[in-house]
Design a protein around this ligand. Structure first.
Ligand code: CMC
Length: 428
């Protein structure tokens, strides 16, 4: 017999079902609670709320485990490519060789954007943040593919998914080129996903750019590590927006906007800014750590802490190792890496951080790699979005195929005034 939980309230005893996941996590099903008792549950920040059942990604935050479709992240980081990982997340299984080849071909042949899209950029101020530009342009793709927007039709959605994966690097690179006043560079379909992105970022009509395979591989690894992270803020946003039957482009655009914030994907840019301010003498690493303990959100130690991980983020461990390898291969001595390593050592021995289980997260070391390969700071979060795209898409698809699918609509406890009188404007 399935397990039950009992809730006692107001002389009533209510039995609630208990759901169990394949990795043994348990959840009390409160979906019928209000109908039975008039009570809702209150959980600010959704820290204890399961919003759905999902077969995509598993995290054990206490043990520092992350798996996509059951495969440990360490194994994917070592053996898979980003598009192979995207296929795994979206279709639920690893592709065989012909499947992967044809998927890569399909993505590759859609890398160009409509010429009218290229004209959008002229309307943005030069200093526009590429995250704002990317969110706007991705949302605008809905105007170009209006016949591919029915969330219930997998075929239609698949056409949109391939276009998103293919065009995101082009849209992202264009936003950078626009900000520095250089002409856009067309994609080159002889190159792989990351090499193509790099050439669109760094080539110009006067100078060819031959992407370094080491750099392209490092970027591919970063995209894999960012590809999904179950019900984080941006993924939950994509699900929530998509749950109203909004189209895929609108849902992904909302996800990009959610990711931008500095408590989420925007932290990677903030980490480098923090390390640079330490390097530039605006305070020592130790002083920065002390300041971040004052409980003020604006002076948090960026790149540390996580809602789910109460242990070392497994992605941070892989990125830290890759960071050392990439810098060594490129012959770069990074003062920022030195500061980061020093900062990590201080933090891991500081009672405040130890008691709160605050460890480096995915954003702590990634910016040092981006910087070493020449990516400007304001593009870091765009790269996070590029990596997270397959995860967003996989969740959007899974949600629409879920037999329990309903529009997402949380409740609240009202704490405002009751029966206040309307005062005419001339008497206020
Ligand atoms: N520096 C200093 N104190 C911190 C930090 C930090 N980075 N993170 C958490 N704390 C403290 C916080 O002040 C609180 O202390 P107290 O219990 O005394 O009030 C305690 O630790 C718990 O923090 P919380 O805010 O309740 O935790 P949360 O789960 O709501 O927030 C977080 C998680 C990631 C937003 C937070 O750790 C943070 O702001 N980190 C810095 C920003 C960052 O690196 N974000 C990237 C997250 S990983 C990638 C991604 O999701 O995009």
């Amino acid at each position: 017999m399935a397990a039950k939980a009992t809730l006692k309230f107001g002389g009533q005893e209510i039995e609630l079902g208990v759901e169990e996941g394949t990795e043994g996590e348990k959840a009390i099903d409160i979906s019928g609670l209000r109908a039975q008792t008039g009570l809702i549950t209150l959980d600010p920040g959704f820290a204890n709320t399961g919003s759905c059942k999902s077969a995509i990604t598993f995290i054990d935050g206490e043990k520092g485990i992350l798996k996509y479709r059951g495969i440990p992240i360490e194994e994917l980081a070592e053996k898979a490519s980003f598009l192979e990982t995207a296929y795994l997340l979206i279709y639920g299984r690893l592709p065989n060789k012909p499947e992967l080849d044809s998927y890569v071909d399909e993505v590759t042949c859609h890398t160009m954007v409509h010429e009218n899209i290229r004209r959008f950029y002229d309307g943005f101020p030069k200093k526009a943040h590429p995250m704002a530009v990317s969110a706007a342009v991705i949302g605008a793709l809905a105007t170009f593919y209006p016949d591919r927007q029915d969330p219930s039709g997998r075929r239609d959605a698949e056409g949109s998914i391939v276009r998103l994966l293919a065009k995101f690097p082009t849209i992202a690179a264009n936003s950078y080129k626009y900000s520095i006043g250089q002409p856009f560079v067309y994609p080159k379909n002889r190159l792989n996903y990351c090499s193509n992105f790099l050439q669109m970022m760094f080539a110009n009509p006067c100078a060819e750019y031959e992407p370094d395979p080491v750099v392209a591989k490092a970027l591919d690894l970063l995209l894999i590590l960012h590809a999904d992270h179950e019900q984080n803020c941006s993924t939950s946003t994509v699900r929530l927006v998509g749950s109203s039957l909004s189209n895929l482009f609108a849902s992904i655009s909302a996800g990009i906007s959610a990711l931008w914030g500095s408590l989420h994907g925007g932290a990677n840019q903030k980490v480098i800014e923090m390390l640079e301010s330490i390097r530039d003498g605006e305070g020592s690493a130790a002083a920065f750590v002390e300041k971040s303990k004052k409980g003020d959100d604006t002076t948090r130690l960026m790149g540390f802490g996580h809602r789910v991980y109460k242990n070392y983020d497994p992605r941070a461990r892989i990125i830290k190792k890759s960071c050392h390898q990439v810098l060594e291969r490129l012959g770069i001595h990074s003062k920022l890496l030195e500061i980061a390593t020093n900062l990590e050592e201080i933090v891991l021995n500081d009672d405040y951080f130890v008691q709160r289980n605050l460890y480096p997260n995915v954003d702590f070391y990634s910016g040092i790699i981006y910087q070493a390969i020449g990516i400007p700071k304001n593009m870091f979060t765009v790269l996070f979005a590029m990596g997270r795209l397959p995860g967003w898409v996989a969740h959007w698809m899974e949600m629409h195929e879920d037999p329990q699918f309903r529009i997402g609509r949380p409740r609240q406890i009202y704490t405002g005034e009751i029966n206040k009188k309307f005062i005419p404007i001339d008497q206020r």
